[in-house]
Ligand binder design. Structure first.
Ligand code: DHB
Ligand code: MG
Length: 227
């Protein structure tokens, strides 16, 4: 019952307000046909990512976890000419599917999908001076969220926005004795955020066709010691 009303409301606002480019739904269809898991973000969260790029005046976006390129497309749609979204994906088949999904868009020249281990690639981005990024989206292996965060901070400037997906997990996140590696990875991430005086953060819970979950918004504030 709850799930149905969450999905119906999502659908109502999707049609009225979110209004994804019809080709965005084709990304999801093509990803499903290619056998990718149905763990893409919702259109309402995608639209939020586009708006955050615009609010932030971001021209450089880093995404950890490409999957089929659906969230990548929302980021790219918010970018100004000359902007760039670098998206890191460990699975070369997924990266190829994403590349194909995104090739049809005018903004495809703003997208750079890099294949490999995200932590290695973040290190390289740092060493080669590809940072700082204006907005960083963490959405890959949940057990590694803490390590992604460490590199994300190194790839940030004062005022960078870090967004992290799937941090509620149908409420499982509050289970202190969980044996789920995803839950424990995110709990370690939570500890790290809570202990870092340079991060100002909040978490928003969401209900949607994907169930009950949530995401972080983090502001990198090197001047601040205040939580
Ligand atoms: C999972 C991963 C995601 O990024 C997501 O949005 C939902 C679920 C998962 O691995 O279960
Ligand atoms: Mg996710």
């Amino acid at each position: 019952m709850n799930q149905k009303i969450w999905s119906d409301v999502d659908s109502y606002y999707e049609k009225l307000i979110v209004r994804p480019d019809p080709r965005f739904n084709k990304i999801i269809e093509a990803s499903l046909e290619a056998g990718l898991p149905s763990i893409n973000i919702t259109s309402s969260l995608g639209k939020l990512l586009e708006l955050l790029v615009r609010f932030q005046g971001a021209s450089r976006v880093l995404e950890i976890g490409t999957l089929g390129g659906y969230s990548t497309a929302w980021f790219a749609q918010g970018l100004p000419p000359g902007g760039k979204v670098i998206s890191l994906e460990i699975d070369s088949e997924r990266a190829a599917i994403a590349l194909r999904n995104l090739s049809q868009f005018e903004f495809s020249n703003l997208v750079d999908i890099q294949v490999g281990d995200a932590l290695d690639m973040m290190k390289t981005l740092h060493e080669t001076g590809e940072g700082p990024f204006d907005l960083i989206f963490i959405d890959a292996e949940k057990s590694q969220y803490c390590e992604y965060l460490e590199w994300a901070i190194k790839l940030s400037r004062p005022g960078t926005m870090i967004v992290a997906d799937n941090v509620v997990r149908r409420g499982k996140i509050i289970d202190e004795s969980s044996e789920d590696s995803s839950v424990n990875g995110i709990r370690a991430f939570n500890d790290k955020v809570s202990q870092d005086p340079h991060l100002r953060a909040t978490v928003l819970q969401t209900v949607s066709p994907k169930g009950h979950d949530g995401f972080y918004l983090i502001y990198v504030d090197p001047e601040s010691q205040i939580k």
